[in-house]
Design a protein around this ligand. Structure first.
Ligand SMILES: Cc1cc2nc3c(=O)[nH]c(=O)nc-3n(C[C@H](O)[C@H](O)[C@H](O)COP(=O)(O)O)c2cc1C
Length: 384
C-alpha cells in the first residue's frame, strides 16, 4: 500500500505531514528529567508528525542542549512544552537554600511536621530505604522566564505552555517565526487563551494523563472549539489510535495531541515499571488525585494513592507536594515495591497492549484514521 495522505490546516501551519503531535510530557518525580525526551521528539517528527519535548524537568542549560540536539538529529519542525505556573514557592521548601541541587532527604525537613512524620511512619512500617532523589532547583519550571528566553533564542518552531497562559510571549515568538500553543481543560479558559493571541489551543479532557480538569474530552471539544473560535483546536485526552484521531477531526479539531500512547513507546521517557503498568492497565486502572503534585493529576493506580488517601493530610500546594510524592515514590522504586509505583498516564492505557517504536505508533494511527474516514465511515453511515 502506498503512503497515506492525511492533511489538515494544522499541517500547513506547522509544515508537517500528519496532524498528529506527541504531547509534551514532564517527569513523574523530582530527579527524573522527562517523559518526552529528544529521542521521542525526533522519532515523531521524522515520521511526519510533530514531536514535542517535555521540558519541565530540565535545567535551563539542559533545555538549550536538548533543543540543539534535536536540531542536529532532524531538520523537521518540533516543539517544546514548559510549565509556566503563576506562583512559584521559591522562598519556601523549594529554593530557600540558594543551592542548585540538594538530596531530597536533606530538604524534607522544611516540610510541615505532620508531613515529615507521615513519611517517617510509612518508611518505618514498610521498612523502606531513604530515597536517593536529587532535587534540582534550577529547572525550567522554577525559572520559567529564563526557559522561555531560551526557546525564543533557539527559535523553537512550536512553543507549548502546559500550565499558564503563554499569551505574553506571542509577539516575540511571532517575530522569530515561531508558533505558540496553549493548553486548557475548560471552555472559559479556552476563550481567555484564544483572546491572548495564541496560534492554536489544545483542549485536554478529563481522561488524559497528567494534570487534568473536570470535563471529559467528548463534552470539552465542541465547547472549546466554540469558545476559542477562530483560534483552531487540537484534541487531547484519551486518544490512542486512529479511532480517536478520526473522532477528533469529525468534531472539528485540526489535529491531536497524544500523551500516554507515545509515552508507552521504545523512545518514551518513563521508567520501565511505569511503561509496564500502562500495558497492564485496563481502562479503569488510573486515578485522579492531588497526591503527586498538589493539583489534580491522573496517574496509573497504585498503592501510593491508597496510602495518601488514608493519611488524611491535605495536599501541599503545587509544586511542594512533589517533594513528598518524590520522597515516597523514590523509596518504593529503590525497595522494588512496584505495586506502590505508578507514573502519569491516561485512561487510554486500557487499549495499549504493547510497547512499540514511536514511528510505528504514528504510522498505524495514520493508517487507521484514513481507513475510517475514507472507507469504514462511508460504508457504515448513509447520509445525504
Ligand atoms: C507522563 C506524562 C507527563 C506529562 N507532563 C506534562 C507536562 O509536563 N506538560 C504538559 O503540558 N502536559 C503534560 N502531560 C499531559 C500531556 O501533555 C497530554 O495533555 C496528555 O497526556 C493527553 O492525554 P493522553 O495521555 O490521554 O494522551 C503529561 C502527561 C503524561 C502522561
Amino acid at each position: 500500500m502506498g503512503k497515506r495522505v492525511l492533511r489538515t490546516k494544522l499541517c500547513d501551519m506547522l509544515g508537517i505531514e500528519y496532524p498528529i503531535l506527541s504531547a509534551g510530557m514532564g517527569p513523574t518525580l523530582m530527579g527524573e528529567t522527562t517523559g518526552a525526551p529528544v529521542e521521542l521528539v525526533v522519532a515523531v517528527s521524522e515520521a511526519g508528525g510533530l514531536g514535542v519535548l517535555g521540558g519541565s524537568g530540565f535545567t535551563v542549560d539542559e533545555l538549550r542542549e536538548a533543543i540543539r540536539e534535536i536540531k542536529k538529529l532532524t531538520s523537521k519542525p518540533f516543539g517544546v512544552d514548559l510549565l509556566l505556573p503563576k506562583h512559584i514557592d521559591s522562598k519556601g521548601a523549594l529554593g530557600a537554600t540558594g543551592a542548585d541541587k540538594l538530596p531530597l532527604k536533606e530538604i524534607l525537613g522544611s516540610l510541615p511536621k505532620q508531613y515529615q512524620d507521615w513519611i517517617k511512619k510509612i518508611r518505618t512500617e514498610m521498612d523502606l530505604p531513604d530515597d536517593d532523589v536529587i532535587v534540582r532547583f534550577n529547572t525550567t519550571t522554577m525559572r520559567p522566564a529564563e526557559a522561555v528566553q531560551v526557546c525564543l533564542e533557539e527559535k523553537v518552531p512550536l512553543f507549548a505552555a502546559g500550565l499558564g497562559n503563554p499569551g505574553f510571549m506571542v509577539a516575540e515568538a511571532h517575530a522569530r517565526g515561531m508558533k505558540v500553543l496553549g493548553i486548557t481543560g475548560n471552555s472559559k479558559n479556552a476563550r481567555r487563551m484564544a483572546e491572548s493571541g495564541i496560534d492554536m489551543l489544545v483542549a485536554q479532557g478529563y481522561e488524559g494523563g497528567g494534570h487534568t480538569g473536570r470535563v471529559g474530552t467528548m463534552a470539552l471539544l465542541p465547547a472549546a472549539i466554540d469558545a476559542a473560535a477562530p483560534v483552531p483546536v487540537l484534541a487531547a485526552g484519551g486518544i490512542g489510535d486512529g479511532r480517536g484521531v478520526a473522532a477528533a477531526l469529525a468534531m472539528g479539531c485540526i489535529g491531536v495531541w497524544v500523551g500516554t500512547r507515545f509515552l508507552a513507546t521504545n523512545e518514551g521517557g518513563a521508567l520501565p515499571v511505569n511503561k509496564q503498568r500502562i500495558v497492564d492497565s485496563t481502562d479503569e486502572d488510573t486515578r485522579v488525585s492531588r497526591a503527586y503534585s498538589g493539583k489534580t493529576l491522573r496517574a496509573s493506580y497504585n498503592g501510593f494513592h491508597d496510602l495518601w488517601d488514608q493519611s488524611g493530610l491535605p495536599p501541599l500546594p503545587f509544586p511542594t507536594q512533589v517533594l513528598l510524592s518524590s520522597a515516597m515514590l523514590g523509596s518504593f522504586i529503590k525497595a522494588q515495591k512496584n505495586e506502590y509505583v505508578g507514573g502519569l498516564a491516561g485512561q487510554i492505557s486500557g487499549i495499549i497492549h504493547e510497547i512499540k517504536p514511536a514511528k510505528q505508533v504514528l504510522e498505524e494511527m495514520v493508517e487507521e484514521t484514513v481507513e475510517i474516514l475514507c472507507s469504514k465511515l462511508p460504508a457504515a453511515v448513509t447520509c445525504k
